[in-house]
Ligand binder design. Structure first.
Ligand SMILES: [Zn+2]
Length: 506
């Protein structure tokens, strides 16, 4: 690992090639995007129209040079954006078709709506989607996806395979019929087949953490290039033989790898040589493509129309004023925590009152819309799950009530947990009578908790959560707001009550 990092070239590399023999040299331009589920730009970066602009420029450039451009996607497209909560990712496939992807790998989020919805999306996709290590009902492959692909250009063969993180079942809703074979093992088998079929260059699209990518390259010499995703890193690694490129997330960056491929006369006859040059384009200054921008605007107004649709009636009055959500058990706080716990199946859920921002009172009988939920939860927080010891959960609750007199945003709202606290006692020893699922907290026991990604990172003083063992991290998690919307719809309105989850003794 250390040696590999020492060998990293982060600069542009252009090398004059040897004397060609046989076919003319090929200039292959790989344009790569990964972890893109947001149709629009945010703070001026990313989104479909900016990606499209770069793609068009690069395609024109490749055509003018007589080269080949391949637009590749490193997985995670269908979810978890707000609009995907309504159309299950159909708008993303439509945009990807319009931009003109050439190959994609299945990411964990592609399975968020279950395998049947994914099959439908794959039917809609006009580009090949690779799922080399995915199996369905015990057989290798997934309906509508391909295990490998060969692209031929100018007398050269480029082999492609796609590898998906094997912890997808715990990150998504892939269900009992979908399996994920070990990455390196699958890569070895498929890359060897591609070589046998004459591949000059083998490219693996991967959706896995970079440590997995490095291990795959170490074990599978047949793979030349990894175009990755999943951990949202902007990354170029190159050791002179094999390369990894990852382009962050959301199209904020677009990764480009220009490769000069040639056959030269070597000791054992003709040898294939390739030289890469890398660039990572920050899209903040890129002009959006006007046609794709028009499509995005149509989807944005569709989203606006969806947001004002009623999702249920609240049977009880709701008070989300700042003071109410930062001082005591609160109906809306209970509702959010219940939604998080139900959606994840965790033992308990906790979210901070500071994340509730509507500052509104809703009368009983008021119709609620999606927009109401988004106004209350505007931060786009996601629901992370982790395993945590009872003693750390107690420390988290102590932190939650440590600044209650100051009206701090750390005040906790809980589900599956009940406790009492006395604000007159010193911070750190205020909490008593903690129960999880109506059973006294066992300090040594490990509990599964659902919390928002902000406090999972230790935000609002929740250092205790940094001791947890993450099950579903922020990049794989669902939007809290979507879970609350689903919860209200499924429960046919809001029936939540104050039920003594948090009892103030002061
Ligand atoms: Zn992912």
């Amino acid at each position: 690992m250390r040696a590999t990092l020492h060998a990293v070239f982060l600069c542009t590399i252009l090398v004059v090639l040897g004397v060609p023999a046989g076919a003319e040299p090929l200039r292959l331009s790989l344009v790569h995007v990964n972890d893109w589920d947001r149709l629009d730009d945010k703070d001026g970066a990313g989104g479909a129209a900016k990606i499209a602009s770069i793609v068009r420029y690069e395609r024109d450039r490749a055509e003018a040079d007589g080269g080949l451009m391949l637009l590749t996607f490193g997985g995670d497209m269908l979810s978890p954006s707000l609009l995907s909560g309504f159309d299950k990712g159909a708008h993303m496939v439509d945009l990807a078709n319009a931009i003109g992807f050439d190959a994609a790998v299945l990411g964990n989020h592609e399975f968020d709506f279950g395998p049947e919805i994914l099959m439908q999306r794959l039917k809609e996709a006009k580009y090949p989607v690779l799922g080399s290590n995915v199996s369905y009902k015990g057989k290798p492959g997934f309906p509508g996806a391909q295990r490998s692909r060969m692209v031929t250009s100018g007398g050269y063969k480029i082999g492609l395979l796609g590898l998906t993180t094997t912890d997808t079942p715990s990150l998504s809703s892939s269900g009992p019929d979908v399996g994920f074979a070990p990455i390196a093992e699958t890569a070895k088998e498929i890359a060897a087949t591609l070589r046998k079929d004459g591949a000059d260059l083998v490219i693996a699209l991967t959706h896995a953490v970079y440590q997995s990518d490095l291990e795959t390259l170490r074990q599978v010499g047949d793979i030349d290039i990894v175009l990755g995703g999943h951990d949202h890193l902007v990354l170029v690694l190159y050791d002179g033989k094999q390369a990894v490129l990852k382009a962050g997330s959301q199209g904020n960056f677009v990764g480009i790898m220009d490769i000069a491929i040639d056959r030269v006369a070597g000791r054992n006859g003709q040898e294939l040589v390739w030289q890469p040059s890398f660039s990572l384009i920050n899209t903040i200054d890129v002009e959006p493509d006007p046609q794709i921008a028009k499509k995005v605007a149509a989807y944005t107004s569709k989203l606006d129309r969806e947001l004002v649709v009623e999702i249920g009636v609240t049977e009880v009055a709701l008070d989300t004023s700042r003071a109410a959500v930062r001082s005591a058990e609160n109906v809306f706080g209970n509702l959010i925590a219940d939604a998080m716990r139900t959606a994840t199946g965790a033992d308990a859920a906790l979210t901070n009152g500071g994340g509730i921002r509507g500052d509104t009172s809703y009368q009983a009988g008021r119709k609620l819309t999606r927009k109401d939920v988004l106004t209350e939860l505007p931060f786009g927080n996601r629901t992370v799950t982790m395993r945590i010891k009872g003693k750390d959960l107690r420390a988290a609750l102590e932190n939650g009530v440590s600044q209650v007199a100051e009206g701090a945003g750390r005040f906790p709202h809980v589900s599956g947990i009940s406790f009492a606290f006395d604000g007159r006692k010193p911070a750190g020893s205020r909490v008593s009578d903690i129960k999880v699922a109506d059973t006294p907290l066992d300090l040594g026991k490990v509990y599964v908790v659902a919390i928002n990604d902000f406090i999972a990172r230790g935000g609002d003083g929740y250092d205790a959560f940094k001791k947890g063992e993450i099950i579903v991290d922020a990049s794989s998690a669902r939007l809290m707001a979507s879970q609350v919307i689903d919860h209200i719809q499924k429960s046919d309105g809001v029936k939540t009550r104050i039920e003594g989850r948090i009892r103030r003794l002061d």
